[in-house]
Each structure stands twice: as structure tokens, then as C-alpha cells.
Design a binder for this molecule. Structure first.
Ligand code: RB5
Length: 146
């Protein structure tokens, strides 16, 4: 699996935490920024990460900002992206099993690094169930194709 990861200034610490997790898990990743401590604009990081996923250059994306909300809104504008904003372990598992989410968004001002790490681990490890969910996810794809 290959992952693209990005954050704004509000998510940079959790981005480093998740990179360390992926190193431990042996998951290859590309860091699309930011590198800064100054204020930046979250769409400048959400959209490149989402586009890499949509183009199948990577398998999944992970985005972190202050709340995770801006990142998830921006990422979900990219065709083919199913970005889930997740702050609990139940949703991390369920959104992979049910929604086949291909981008994970989290908020560093909402949760701490320990929980973010556990959420990312579960999200990275959980497979999509397909079955009855495939019809539902298919309806989203169908709408995008219109
Ligand atoms: C930046 O201050 C903040 O707005 C951003 O990190 C994010 O929370 C937006 O949704």
C-alpha cells in the first residue's frame, strides 16, 4: 500500500505522528506538506493529496488540519474521493468496511496524537466489506459520473 499524506499548520504534529506509524507498519508514503509553522491554506494540501488518490498514483490519502473539516470538504470535491472525517475508533473501522473511504481526515485541535495514531492504524488495516455496501457506494460513483 502507498499513502499520500498532507496537513496544514494546524495538523503538522499529527502528520509527523502518522508518518512514524507508517514507518513502523512498513507502509510507503509521500508527504505533500506542509513543512511550515506559519499559516497556510488547507485546500492547497487537501486537493493534491486527493488528486493523487483519484489518479491511482497512491492507494489512500491521510489529511490533518485543525478540525479535519476543511480538509474533508476540500478532498471530497475531487471526483472519486470518499474522504471520511474520523475522531473515534468505531468510525475508523466502519468507514473502511462500509464506505470504502479512500481518504482519512482528522483534526489536531480535536484529538490527541495517541488517538490519531490508533485511528490511522485501524483505518489503514481495515478492508472494505463490499456486499450490500457496494450498491450504496456505487450510487455515489454513479452520481459523480453524471
Ligand atoms: C486553520 O486555522 C484552520 O481553519 C484549519 O486548520 C482547519 O481547521 C479548517 O477546517
Amino acid at each position: 500500500m502507498k499513502v499520500a499524506i498532507g496537513s496544514d499548520h494546524g495538523g503538522i504534529n499529527i502528520k509527523e505522528e502518522i508518518k512514524a506509524l507508517m514507518d513502523e507498519m512498513g507502509i510507503e508514503y509521500v508527504d505533500l506538506g506542509c513543512e511550515c509553522s506559519t499559516s497556510v491554506d488547507y485546500p492547497d494540501y487537501a486537493i493534491p493529496v486527493a488528486e493523487k488518490v483519484a489518479a491511482n498514483e497512491v492507494d489512500r490519502g491521510i489529511l490533518i488540519c485543525g478540525t479535519g473539516i476543511g480538509m474533508s470538504i476540500a478532498a471530497n470535491k475531487v471526483k472519486g474521493i470518499r474522504c471520511a472525517l474520523v475522531h473515534d475508533l468505531f468510525s475508523a473501522k466502519a468507514t473502511r468496511e462500509h464506505n470504502d473511504s479512500n481518504v482519512l481526515a482528522m483534526g489536531e485541535r480535536v484529538i490527541g496524537p495517541g488517538l490519531a495514531r490508533e485511528i490511522a492504524k485501524v483505518w489503514l488495516e481495515t478492508e472494505y466489506e463490499g456486499g450490500r455496501h457496494a450498491n450504496r457506494v456505487g450510487k455515489i460513483t454513479e452520481y459523480e459520473e453524471k
